[in-house]
Design a binder for this molecule. Sequence first.
Ligand code: C5P
Length: 218
Amino acid sequence: PIAKIITIDGPSAVGKGTMAKRLASELGYHLLDSGALYRLVAVNALQQRLDPNIASDAEKAVQNLHVEFDDDKVYLNGTDVTTKIREENVSKAASQIAVHASVRRALFAFMQAFVKLPGIVADGRDMGTVVFPHADVKLFLTAVTAVRAERRYKQLSKHAKNVTLDAVFSELVDRDARDSTRDEAPLIPAEDAVVIDTSVDTEAQVYEKIMQTVRLGG
Ligand code: C5P
């Protein structure tokens, strides 16, 4: 048998992570959170005082990377960084480091090797376009910026005290711009992706639409 591949791409805070997790768990598939990988490279860079904007620094950060996934936790060089990788400064550094071809190439190999039976659900920016162009089902989630900023703000304010909606909004706009305009694997729906707008629908409605698409096989 051949492992099935379902991709979910889209901008920041559109709900990809939640949907991918739920779908993987319901189907009994493995979950590939590609954004977490870029976040891990970013944390590694920041810890070593490397500049995520400089290509040679980014290359160093992706080279000496020891990552372990254990249930819902992720370890970088032996340290639990599960919460840390979600911090705003890491989100920013991740999108800066994701611009570099050397970083994308290194992670590409890792992601391709991740494919396992019975299948995987992969979420990110370029899962359906670059990493898994032959995926069985491709989804692309969108939502207006205001809605995504609100969601991210609610999420962040659970853990951090000094976050403001304004700051979250402008970080999101910055990050979207960087992800959409870069030369390497910019954020764009695959031609054969099913696009779902999540601005108005509830989580349950979005999930139902995703399930329908999966049942129809894309
Ligand atoms: O999805 P998440 O917000 O965790 O991703 C963090 C950053 O990693 C994104 O802003 C993007 O720059 C980068 N990324 C990417 N390609 C992917 C997944 C994430 O460039 N497939």
